[in-house]
Write a protein that binds this ligand. Structure first.
Ligand code: ZN
Length: 265
């Protein structure tokens, strides 16, 4: 991944960090994971999309990109039967975490963002399916520690214009626009003969095009831009949140885990 280093928290020195923070106190959190994306695309396609969208958004609309969260929920909730359907018994070489770890981590990521001085957070997940739980955590945090938030998966950004998929026309179009060097469309036919079977590849993958990918990415960035422009930043300087102040909040979220979408199919 070629990061836009001038917008990346981990590449910034304090002087430049504070200049960017003062100009736009917005942080972007890219979320993705490694999971099967067919024979044509790398495991990290979801991460690559999220990184690209966050870097571009920070460069265009201001703000700073937080360290990427490259592990995500899978194997539970709606993903469990889906995985069986597209992978059968084949080892998916997946880097999944259980929902309670991802959601608790997100809660503490929000704490880190607010403590660093951010007044708004944009979370872009390249992995679809757990967004309602991610938003539940954002809302729970913001109800106690005010921060503006916008939490979306990439297909949600373009809903009504484009239809999201998994390792098909939609996702591969984006990758052809972002990193064409990582795409091997000539391997699309391997689903019939390969011991890895379809490896979660969608049958319409050969309809992908860089042109469509650029249109999807432009629409996605427009949606992020509207959200950033619509943030009503809290005016007061937020106070420091100690780690132990989040524990009761996390316990409240945990007590409602029967409602988590990532838990129930
Ligand atoms: Zn994907």
């Amino acid at each position: 991944m070629i990061f836009k280093e001038h917008v990346r928290w981990e590449f910034l020195k304090p002087e430049e960090f504070l200049v960017r923070l003062a100009a736009a106190p917005v942080v972007y959190l890219p979320m993705g994971l490694c999971e099967p994306h067919g024979h044509v695309a790398p495991f990290g396609l979801d991460t690559i999309k999220a990184d690209w969208l966050c870097d571009e958004a920070a460069a265009r609309f201001g703000g700073i990109v937080a360290p990427t969260m490259a592990y995500h929920t899978h194997e539970t909730g709606y993903h469990a039967p889906w995985l069986r359907e597209v992978m059968g018994d084949i080892n998916p070489r997946l880097c999944a975490l259980p929902p309670h770890i991802v959601l608790e981590t997100l809660l503490y990521q929000f704490r880190a963002f607010r403590n660093a001085g951010f007044r708004a957070a944009v979370v872009i997940s390249g992995h679809h399916g757990s967004q309602e739980d991610l938003r539940m955590v954002a809302e729970a945090f913001a109800s106690e520690f005010p921060i503006q938030h916008f939490v979306r998966t990439d297909p949600e950004l373009v809903a009504g214009e484009f239809t999201g998929d998994h390792a098909g026309r939609y996702e591969l179009s984006q990758l052809l626009a972002i990193r064409p060097d990582l795409v091997s469309l000539d391997r699309a036919h391997r689903v019939e003969s390969d011991p890895l079977w379809r490896f979660a590849q969608n049958p319409d993958v050969l309809e992908a095009s860089a042109e469509e990918g650029r249109a999807i990415l432009k629409a996605s960035l427009d949606a992020i831009g509207s959200a950033v422009n619509g943030f009503a930043m809290p005016a007061e300087e937020p106070g420091f949140i100690a780690m132990e102040h989040l524990e009761p909040l996390w316990q409240r979220i945990l007590r409602r885990q029967d409602k988590w979408k990532t838990k129930s199919p």
